[in-house]
Write a protein that binds this ligand. Structure first.
Ligand SMILES: Cc1cc2nc3c(=O)[nH]c(=O)nc-3n(C[C@H](O)[C@H](O)[C@H](O)COP(=O)(O)OP(=O)(O)OC[C@H]3O[C@@H](n4cnc5c(N)ncnc54)[C@H](O)[C@@H]3O)c2cc1C
Length: 301
């Protein structure tokens, strides 16, 4: 159990740090699901590293969240020390053809900074509603691009609180995975390498992709994006669609009518609803195609 003494000591060590007790996870996840977290911190600037390092020194493993756009949180109390990385205005700095950003910087803001500096290569990420940290861990990707193509150097803390730097192939990026998903790791910041380009062409590409997203995804309803990873033998959304599951509902959780790969919260959905719906989809797809879909949404506990 996360002790009150830990929270007191943390507040004493970092007096400016905002910490909330029993803060609902539903407020910090795009699915709008999740019960209260035992403690939640909102570090700004260099408080992020200090907060994580302090927790690790005290034997507490923090749960880092960015935009919470790929997370399913439990309905009951989450007995964890949650650290929200996107608090304040995480720094984004352009130097030459590289963009340096803190882990909590949103992909949208990084893409806008790159566009304004006339750098191309990050347009694919502009519409992914996550932060740099979450995107590096997930190797987020869309429309032919992925973090793997641009991530040059990542600064992170390991489980012992040691500062580490990973470059290039060391990221071990694969489809929606990275070395950070396999190791206890707390991403602090990253550098992405882009190329000079025409600002107007960059803007046009970003607008085009945003329009594609609006046309095909249920962006007006809470979701966590694609619920399942792409299996080796096809597309999850197409398989779900062929099973006739659009609109299938458990409680407030529903297979989106607009995009069969999305599970949406139509109002009052619980974690249990989403998990049951995931199982129903997996069973139906397995019976028809012999494929067990693997969830892309990460269940936190
Ligand atoms: C409408 C919608 C559309 C989407 N479209 C796409 C898409 O096109 N492509 C795509 O790949 N994804 C997509 N997603 C999913 C999601 O946006 C991405 O996976 C994104 O990269 C998650 O970032 P996040 O900051 O929200 O991470 P979170 O959901 O907050 O966290 C995800 C995981 O990363 C960990 N984590 C977060 N920050 C850190 C850190 N600093 N250090 C260590 N671990 C960390 C968390 O503990 C968790 O395990 C979409 C989601 C939605 C809601």
């Amino acid at each position: 159990m996360l002790s009150k003494a830990f929270v007191k000591e943390l507040s004493r060590a970092l007096p400016g740090l905002e910490v909330r007790l029993a803060e609902p996870m539903s407020v910090h996840t795009t699915l709008h699901i999740g019960g209260p977290a035992a403690a939640m911190a909102f570090p700004r600037g260099d408080e992020l590293e200090k907060t994580i390092a302090f927790a690790l020194k005290k034997g507490v493993k923090p749960l880092l969240i960015g935009s919470g756009s790929n997370i399913l949180a439990p309905d009951g109390e989450l007995d964890r020390f949650v650290v929200v990385t996107r608090s304040g205005e995480p720094e984004i700095r352009v130097e030459g053809a590289s963009v340096y950003a803190q882990a909590g910087a949103t992909l949208a803001k990084i893409a806008a900074a790159a566009r304004d500096a006339g750098l191309t290569g990050f347009e694919f990420a502009a519409g992914i509603p996550g932060t740099l940290g979450g995107a590096l861990l997930m190797n987020a990707g869309a429309y032919g691009g992925e973090m793997k193509d641009v991530a040059a150097c990542t600064v992170w803390l390991d489980g012992d609180g040691n500062r580490r730097e990973t470059t290039g192939a060391g990221h071990r990026f694969g489809y929606r995975r990275s070395v950070f998903a396999e190791t206890e790791s707390y991403i602090l910041s990253g550098r992405i390498d882009l190329a000079p380009g025409d600002p107007e062409a960059i803007r046009a590409r970003m607008d085009e992709l945003a329009e594609k997203r609006r046309a095909s995804q249920p962006l007006d309803v809470p979701s966590a994006g694609s619920a399942f990873k792409r299996p080796a033998n096809g597309y999850a959304a197409a398989m779900i669609d062929e099973c006739g599951l659009r609109g299938l509902r458990v409680g407030g959780a529903c297979v989106s009518e607009k995009h069969a790969g999305f599970i949406v919260n139509t109002g009052g959905a619980t974690c249990a609803d989403v998990l049951e719906l995931i199982e129903k989809i997996q069973s139906a797809v397995f019976e028809r195609f012999g494929t067990m879909l693997e969830p892309e949404i990460r269940v936190v506990n």
